[in-house]
Structure formats: C-alpha cells, structure tokens
Design a protein around this ligand. Sequence first.
Ligand SMILES: C[S@@+](CC[C@H](N)C(=O)[O-])C[C@H]1O[C@@H](n2cnc3c(N)ncnc32)[C@H](O)[C@@H]1O
Length: 285
Amino acid sequence: MSIPGPVTPASDGINLSDQDFEAIAKFAYKHFGLAMSPSKKPLVSSRLSRKLRKQNIRVFKDYLKRLEGPNADQERSELLSLLTTNVTQFFREPHHFETMRNDVLPPLIEKAKKGGRVRIWSAGCSIGQEPYTIAAVLHDMCPDADRYDIKILGTDIDPVVVRTAEEAQYPREDFDGIPKTYKIQLEPGSKPETARIPQHLRKKVTFGVLNLIEPFPFKGKFDAIFCRNVAIYFDNPTQQKVWQAFQRVLNPGGYLFIGHSERMSGPAAQYMKTVGITTYVNTPG
Ligand SMILES: C[S@@+](CC[C@H](N)C(=O)[O-])C[C@H]1O[C@@H](n2cnc3c(N)ncnc32)[C@H](O)[C@@H]1O
C-alpha cells in the first residue's frame, strides 16, 4: 500500500497533519475495519505523537514504513491498541448472561448430553473476561460439561490481548463484578494483587487471533456468538458485512449478542430476529 502525505517531523509537540491523519485512517480502515472520523484527529494525534517520541521516530513517514515492514505485526498491534479500547469486564451487560442461563444454555446442554456438538464464540474478546464469564455460567449450570462436546472460542484481532486472555490473570478487584452466587475459587496470581481464573474454567476456552473483517476460517457452525462493543468501531457497510458473516456461521436458532450501542442492519436483519435487548436469533427461511 502506498501512503500519501507530506513528511511531518514527529518530534516533541508536533501534531499530525491532516494528510498524516488521513493516511492512518486509511490504514486502519483497510487493515482493521476501523472507521475514524476527522473528529478523532486530536485524540489520535496526541496518542501517536507520544508513541513516536518514545520510539524516537522523528519523521512520520518512517512510522508508516514500519507499519508495512518486517516488524509490522507488532507495530500494527500497537497502533490498534492506540486507536481502540480493550475495556471489558466480567458479567458486562449482565442481561445477556441471564438470557444465556434461561434460554440459550438449557437446550444446548440437552443437545450436548445427547452427543451433540455445542460451540460458543466470543468475537472481539479483548483480555478474555467475556468468554470466561460464559464458561462460568456454563460450569454453574453443567458442572460436568467436560464430558460433553461443548467448547467456547475467544478471538481478537490483537495478539497482545489474546496472550493476556490465555494467561487468565487479572487484578483482584476485576473479579468483584462476578455475582457472589457463582462461588468461583480463584487461583493465586503471580503477584499478590492478581488472581487467576481456575483451571476448570480456563480449559473450557480456546483463544486465537482473528480479524473480523477477513473471511472466517471455521468449518462448523456456532450456537451462540457474542460480539459486543466491537462493531462500534466499524462503519455501517463493514458492520453489515460482519453481521452477515455471523449469520452465515450461526446454526438456525443460534443467538447473536451485540453491544448496547450497536444495532443489527443490512441483509442479515431479515434473518436475525430480535428476542431481547441487543439479542438476536437466527431464523433463516
Ligand atoms: C471494547 S473491547 C470489547 C471486549 C468485549 N467484547 C466486551 O464487550 O467486553 C473491543 C475489542 O475489539 C477488538 N477489535 C477491534 N477491531 C477488531 C477486528 N477488526 N477484528 C477483531 N477484533 C477487533 C479490539 O482489539 C478490542 O479488544
């Protein structure tokens, strides 16, 4: 990709030129699907110039080269973290987990007990608190879930958050959001102020790096997908493509949970019927 724009020295106090911002916005749209309006320029400008100063990059064009160079993965991951937020929490938007408990999991557990395959996907899972919440609800309802073919997948575009998710260690106060009825016995973390998700919940979740704007690599279908507070970064055409891609990998009757400020739209909307707050069921044909 050739990136236009003048050479702007990225030293102390230098802000991005409009062309620099455009180049970053173009890159972020092409590679991450992120839609960045000009109103984001001050924020992006201050975060990026701080980063470039730290890396001693004095010419903006050199930074753009790095995004295409041999260490591009690391640079891209850092750029993504700078443009998005990884904010998440256990039992975030708790009504979705009530729906899981009351409507989604009972028939899926029955299906698994009869030898069926159950797959749940947390897409854009950040540091893993969403898929571990799903694992906690599942374990609470079916303590012997290990005997059945029930799997939870957590994916994110950012390899750094995926590594954190795999480690499953969080500041102790993060666990305060877990309802006391769950009685989860945490393991000690590597530091006194951290604790770790216990092994029986960790092993229910597999993690991977996956960009939602690229074709999905899955062979089988899912029974439920959580994609919450991710599509908010995409423009409407990209959102519509992602909703459609989810609809195609959902079993009939499968659930899609999206974030509180997101809405279903585009071709998938004719199949994805609303059954609750930001909750949809795939009802094809
Ligand atoms: C705010 S977090 C949401 C975490 C969790 N789903 C929740 O609601 O608590 C947004 C996550 O989306 C990820 N993300 C952004 N663009 C993405 C893309 N194109 N493909 C996959 N993940 C993406 C970010 O890396 C970030 O971890």
